[in-house]
Design a protein around this ligand. Structure first.
Ligand SMILES: NC(=O)c1ccc[n+]([C@@H]2O[C@H](COP(=O)([O-])OP(=O)(O)OC[C@H]3O[C@@H](n4cnc5c(N)ncnc54)[C@H](O)[C@@H]3O)[C@@H](O)[C@H]2O)c1
Length: 398
């Protein structure tokens, strides 16, 4: 028997977004989930854990994640650790009977992701992979339009996640730049979001027709002190090689016959942190960029040869907007608010005693299978079939 206290494991950059998500939803669920408490922030770095706990009103800061999972009061766990720890800690959390939401990527590769899926399938807990971009109201609305057939048959999609975070050669080396601890580079860090969004909108990818990986900054200095997220800190004298991709491009084939252009870059000067996409179907095109997060555009074929785009601004009819503190026409939307929507869905699944269907562990596995195929295509210089072990799996957690 476990309680319903919440714990966040990993108090770096994204642990803070989870803390915001729980805090902003607390009132909505305090009656629906008996014993809900903001209890524990866990990080090997004491200062990070205690700062995060204090900022968002968690009761305690601790260092040992195994101790958190052994705590009978803790029933709800966010895993916000570096990529190489996701599988071990998620499986341990499921074995301890906790509801668990694991940051993307679910694992460094599909084989490991499958092991998490199998545990999740056996467990009675709610389990989820963090796919926050599905919850941007504009993207969720585009999915609804596509599902309603408003674009017709899908023809092609172009999706890019471009970020500048690693463009500075004086940014310190970290787990992110090591294939052993991060897996692929931009592909896994940013491409996971892009691939999940492409699947969310256009369905399954069956083949990667080709891919190119490149590393533009080949070594980096280790930090002189603590570094979290993409923060700039003082550097030591010691340099380490970067052995995963800064940029990955790929050509995708979907089950539906739709074709896809994919690109992930962590060295995209001027691009900030930008997910952008267009999807074209036989009846129209939609386009979106997270640089104008509260809008998407749609052109409906009108036979004129110049079918015009019109802009749809955030408005109360779009998905998730009822959760905004200011749900009015045209009011912009922020990154952290979208994390709030994700935590809302997770807590709602727990309160309703239902599996998390939107951003499941199976979604994490399916993304990993496509990412594996992209990496294989880049490594071999040939096309790669997406190995869908997950296609045969039962879908209790999907
Ligand atoms: N969903 C998103 O949009 C999004 C955005 C950024 C990062 N992420 C993901 O979140 C995860 C964490 O990324 P981040 O940027 O917060 O990294 P980070 O390096 O800032 O934070 C990771 C934290 O984990 C702690 N840690 C490491 N090993 C530990 C251990 N054994 N026990 C306890 N604490 C430990 C570190 O001290 C650090 O504070 C990554 O998997 C990343 O892919 C997701």
């Amino acid at each position: 028997m476990t309680g319903n206290a919440i714990a966040i494991i990993g108090a770096g950059m994204i642990g803070a977004a989870h803390a915001f998500g729980y805090r902003s939803n607390f009132g909505r669920f305090s009656e629906r989930i008996a014993g809900l408490r903001l209890k524990t922030v866990c990080d090997g770095n004491d200062l990070l854990a205690s700062n995060l706990a204090r900022t968002w009103g968690f009761e305690e800061a601790v260092a040992d994640w195994a101790g958190v999972l052994a705590d009978p009061e803790v029933g709800i766990v966010s895993i916000c650790l570096p990529n190489f720890l996701h599988v071990e800690v998620t499986r341990a959390a499921l074995a301890a009977g906790k509801h668990v939401i694991c940051e993307k990527p679910l694992a460094l590769n599909a084989k490991d992701a499958l092991s998490v899926y199998r545990d999740a399938e056996r467990s009675k807990s709610v389990s989820a992979t963090v796919f926050n971009y599905r919850r941007i109201p504009a993207i969720a609305a585009i999915r609804d339009l596509i599902a309603a057939g408003e674009l017709g048959e899908l023809v092609n999609v172009s999706i890019q996640y471009q970020s500048e975070y690693a463009a500075d050669p004086n940014l310190p080396h970290s787990w992110r730049y090591e294939r052993d601890r991060a897996g692929p580079g931009a592909l896994l860090d940013l491409g996971t979001h892009a691939i999940d969004t492409a699947r969310f909108l256009c369905g399954e990818v069956c083949e990667v027709a080709g891919a190119i990986a490149s590393i533009s900054i080949k070594e980096r200095f280790l930090p002189a002190g603590t570094s979290i997220g993409h923060n700039k800190v003082g550097l030591s004298e010691k340099r380490l090689a970067v052995d995963n991709d800064d940029v990955m491009s790929a050509l995708l084939r979907f089950d539906s016959g739709c074709q896809g252009l994919f690109m992930a870059s962590r060295v995209a000067v001027g691009m900030g942190n930008t997910l952008s996409l267009f999807v074209t179907g036989t009846k129209g095109t939609v386009r979106y960029t997270s640089q104008t997060p509260a809008h998407f555009e749609i052109a409906r074929f009108d036979g004129s040869g110049q079918s015009p785009f019109s802009s749809v601004a955030n408005n109360p009819s779009l998905p998730y907007t009822h959760l905004l503190p200011v749900p009015h026409d045209g009011v912009a939307i922020g990154y952290a608010e979208v994390f709030g929507f994700m935590i809302y869905d997770f807590l709602d699944a727990i309160a309703s005693d239902k599996p998390m269907s939107n951003g499941s562990i199976l979604d994490g596995l399916r993304a990993a299978e496509i990412l594996d195929a992209i990496q294989e295509a880049a490594d071999t210089g040939k096309s790669a079939i997406v190995n869908r072990a997950s296609a045969q799996l039962a879908s209790r957690v999907a």
